[in-house]
Design a protein around this ligand. Structure first.
Ligand code: SAJ
Length: 423
């Protein structure tokens, strides 16, 4: 019956969580003609989207306005609106607690909302990155315990998101999507639903395989980035140019995949996802040295950047204390406005503690809150006054920054992203 609804496009899809994953997904379903409910607990987010304004970089206002005008997309923060849905796709944040353990509160609250509203057979798909076993523990078990019957009342999947913020080539529709289910019927239904909007759906035998594949993807990146960060520190000791070394290694046409050192690792995934895997491993008395070591190396990179600034200024017989230092780029990666876990923020705090007189410039970031909860504003004029700074630190390789112009104004540059050579 649900399969017919999919094929006849009279399935109602509810997306829980309208962030960088949920909003594009909701618009994709609505644009394919499915009545889509976009649920978010943030009233402000819902009001903004309802007013036709996008809240994420990779979604345009126009596309939102279009599906709202057609009555195909209904942003809401009223839980009762979920009652109309046959399919629930959960795209809520899965951060870490202060003690670096998984925080799956948002998943739990989403399931409770669905449980309160469900009154007919439904498909539930979890997209939020989480540890292997979570979908069964947090969705299947509680719903079955409440009396719902698998493969009659409920069909349950895990299908990890693979959004790469700012990626112009790969968007929701053309990024292959892994999908695991708790039963064959769940997999069949989940695959049929996602194939309405995604070019390639890759079914796997269980939710655990799907959960693990996502963590493997991102832990792979985290460890390889950490390795390059460690090699950059070694090359500093050996007085060898890591960037030239990488260019040379990259000429190998097989068996090598380039990652780049940087000021640290930011974002909502790479710094966090591996901790979900190492936490689960520890539950099984398995200690992943790779993950712990990689996290240690990556999280200490901002300190190394600050130490390089000390050495640079000391060569000029200057102390960091009282020196005017300009940070170029606060976002965690190029050409986006996202500050989450950004290493630039950690570099700012390290240098502020040493008494530096700090400015920053980032075309995507108007301001941010520092550790003392003080709002720090960008200095856009700084880009034309570089010679007044004792040191300029290149932290985020935004395309807007002109290296030619920067090099023409000052020699006092600490380049953490090889921007000067890549211009
Ligand atoms: N970074 C390096 N060196 C590298 C690559 C990245 O220092 O060689 C840094 C970046 O500057 C950034 C952090 O690591 O601070 C994360 O970079 P990222 O490119 O992984 O960016 P994310 O976290 O926004 O996107 C990733 C996705 N990226 C790619 O696959 C290219 C992917 O891992 C996930 O689809 C996505 O997170 C997610 O949501 O899981």
């Amino acid at each position: 019956m649900l399969l017919n609804k999919v094929e006849n496009k009279n399935l109602t899809v509810a997306i829980l969580g309208l962030g960088y994953v949920g909003l594009p997904l909701a618009i994709a379903f609505a644009e394919k003609g499915f009545h889509t409910i976009g649920f978010d607990i943030s009233k402000k987010t819902v009001e903004t989207i309802n007013s036709g304004k996008s809240t994420v970089m990779d979604m345009s206002d126009v596309r939102i306005q279009d599906v709202i005008a057609k009555g195909l997309f209904q942003p809401t923060n009223q839980e009762v609106d979920l009652a109309k849905a046959d399919t629930f796709i959960i795209c809520v944040p899965t951060p870490l607690t202060v003690s670096h353990e998984p925080d799956v509160t948002a998943i739990r609250e989403s399931i409770q909302s669905i449980q309160r509203q469900v009154s007919k057979p439904v498909v539930i798909s979890l997209e939020s990155t989480t540890y292997p076993g979570c979908t069964k523990e947090m969705i299947l078990e509680p719903l079955v315990k409440s009396g719902l019957i698998l493969d009659e009342d409920i069909f349950i999947c895990f299908s990890p998101e693979r959004i790469d913020p700012g990626n112009k080539q790969y968007q929701t529709e053309n990024t292959p999507k892994v999908l695991g289910g708790v039963s064959a019927d769940s997999i069949q239904l989940g695959k049929a639903i996602y194939e309405q909007i995604i070019d390639m759906v890759v079914p796997v035998s269980s939710t655990e395989v799907a959960e693990m594949s996502k963590l493997l993807e991102n832990t792979f990146r985290c460890i390889n980035i950490a390795f390059m960060n460690e090699m950059s520190l070694l090359c500093d000791h050996l007085d060898i140019d890591i960037w030239e070394t990488l260019d040379a290694a990259e000429t190998k046409p097989f068996g090598f995949m380039r990652f780049n050192p940087g000021p640290g690792v930011g974002g909502h995934c790479i710094p966090l996802d591996p901790m979900y895997l190492s936490w689960k491993a520890k539950q099984e008395n398995f200690f992943s040295r790779f993950i712990e070591t990689a996290q240690d190396i990556n999280s200490n990179m901002p300190k190394h950047v600050a130490q390089k600034a000390v050495k640079f200024l000391n060569k000029e017989r200057k102390a960091v204390n009282g020196s005017k230092i300009l940070l170029l780029g606060m976002s965690y990666k190029k050409d986006i406005n996202d500050l989450r876990e950004s290493p630039s923020l950690a570099v700012y705090e390290e240098l502020a503690q040493m008494g530096a007189d700090l400015d920053y410039c980032d075309p995507y970031v108007d301001s941010f809150l520092d550790k003392q909860e003080q709002r720090v504003y960008g200095n856009e004029l700084a880009l034309t006054q570089l010679k007044y700074y004792d040191l300029v630190i290149l932290l985020t390789n935004h395309s807007d920054f002109s290296m030619t112009d920067i090099k023409s104004q000052t020699k006092n540059i600490l380049d953490t992203r090889n921007m000067l050579k890549n211009d």
